[in-house]
Design a protein around this ligand. Structure first.
Ligand code: NAG
Length: 446
């Protein structure tokens, strides 16, 4: 007996269903964006993400859950990852007032990878087919272009996960150009253009202030943009102090929901008003929401700023105790970022005159098993501590060398290299020949 016609049809159908045009590798999603991190880095990123304001007002909430899910996946918390990816899809449909659209391409891609890793190939395949269907229904503007939604999500993710400001700015700009009615994309483009220019050259181009003003006008609810505008005007020498105070008074409630807004505002206070006013503001925000750990982190930071950079300003009564107790609290509030929090506590101890306590923290950290990036960070900060707090110049140089020779590219490694080069160029330290030799060998290694 021959094969029934229906069977042939079923067979052909199942082939075409199984063979999506999209493959896992060709997906646009977190799994294909080269986001490779060590466990400690992932824990720290997870910690940072937990301080993001998750009010419904946060227009990036869908991207936020996608990234959180990806980080949980990397930390092998697969059930959490699945829950967060599903949450992302749910939030997207709330924010977009629609059940589907190209903003789900990344989300489905993540789910396809997740199921693939769990050995659930059918589910994985189903998500690949869903991506196919989305691409058909909502084709990208051109064959070679991504959807603006994907540009925006990639930009947002790069900002969190990398120091690739320039790439992120490009993606934000493309997204904003392709879909001018998405106001947040334009705002984010402007915000990160400022960051990128400051990061690259230490200053911003003259016409950027006007861009910020225009963006702020279009997006009046964006508090970060508002603070940034005040900051940039202050940097240009405008007298904005009273305006800044008034802005803080009127918006403290909403500002204190967001770690990054509050952080930027405190920087404006520190740089353009006074460090004590910054501390007062941080304490006031903390009094309003004593349970928000990021407000404690910000308050602790203000005390650290005062101890590090405003040594001549009058001390505040009870300041040392307050600074130490805040930093101690942070140790338990951020269980996954212990290295940084311990270093901060050591700094506060050292600046408060408790040298033995500071040294003990460093000695313990130096015994810990750390990955290369963390080692580099630790050696660099220990070198600076030896120089400034122990006046041990030779020891400091040795630790800068230990930091510099770790083949990890980070601001800490670069910082140590900078110090060593400076000492070498000045040519006065008796370890100069040794430093020169060291730097020469390092270059041979590269
Ligand atoms: C952002 O919006 C402004 C108008 O406020 C517009 O001039 C500019 O071209 C937009 N930027 C992008 C990248 O689309």
């Amino acid at each position: 007996m021959g094969i029934a016609f229906d069977d042939v049809l079923m067979f052909l159908f199942s082939i075409s269903a199984a063979q999506s045009q999209t493959t896992l590798e060709s997906l646009q999603c977190h799994f294909t964006w080269d986001l490779d991190y060590s466990k400690p880095q992932l824990y720290r990123l997870r910690d940072r993400l937990e301080d993001v304001c998750t009010d419904r007002g946060n227009r990036w909430l869908g991207h936020f859950y996608n990234l959180q899910g990806f980080i949980q996946f990397k930390l092998e918390k697969y059930e959490d990852a699945k829950r967060l990816f599903n949450k992302a899809a749910e939030v997207f449909s709330e924010l977009r007032h629609a059940d589907e659209g190209p903003w789900l391409v990344v989300n489905y891609g993540n789910l396809a990878w997740l199921h693939h890793h769990l050995g659930e190939d059918e589910e994985s395949q189903a998500y690949l087919s869903k991506v196919d269907a989305l691409m058909k229904k909502y084709p990208p503007p051109s064959q070679s272009e991504l959807h603006p939604e994907i540009h925006a999500e990639k930009a947002w993710t790069l900002i969190y996960m990398t120091e690739e400001f320039n790439a992120a700015v490009d993606h934000f700009e493309k997204a904003a150009r392709m879909q001018p009615d998405m106001v947040d994309w334009n705002s984010s483009y402007v915000i990160h253009l400022v960051k990128a220019q400051e990061h690259n050259t230490g200053e911003v181009e003259a016409d950027l202030l006007e861009k910020i003003r225009a963006a702020k006008e279009r997006d009046p609810e964006n508090l970060y943009l508002a603070v940034l505008y005040l900051e940039q005007r202050a940097k240009k020498g405008e007298k904005v102090q009273e305006e800044v105070r008034e802005f803080a008074r009127n918006n403290l409630g909403s500002l204190s929901c967001s770690y990054s807004c509050m952080r930027l505002l405190l920087e404006v206070y520190k740089n353009h008003l006074s460090i004590d006013e910054a501390i007062d503001l941080a304490e006031e925000a903390l009094k309003m929401h004593p349970d928000r750990r990021h407000l404690k982190k910000n308050a602790a930071l203000c005390y650290r700023w005062k101890m590090l950079f405003f040594r001549d300003s009058p001390t505040r009564p009870g300041m040392k105790d307050r600074a130490i107790s805040l930093h101690e609290e942070l140790l338990s509030l951020y269980p996954d970022s212990q290295l940084l929090k311990k270093i901060d506590l050591a700094t506060v101890y050292a600046k408060s005159g408790y040298k033995a306590e500071a040294e003990q923290i460093y000695q313990e950290l130096l015994q810990d098993e750390l990955d290369p990036a963390d080692k580099q960070l630790l050696y660099n900060t220990y070198a600076r501590y030896l120089y400034y707090d122990q006046h041990d110049r030779d020891g400091s140089i040795r630790y800068h060398m230990k930091a510099a020779e770790i083949p990890v590219r980070s601001c800490f490694g670069k910082g140590s290299m900078r110090v060593l080069n400076k000492i070498k160029d000045r040519g006065q330290h008796r370890m100069c020949p040794e430093i020169e030799e060291f730097l020469k060998n390092l270059q041979v290694l590269e």
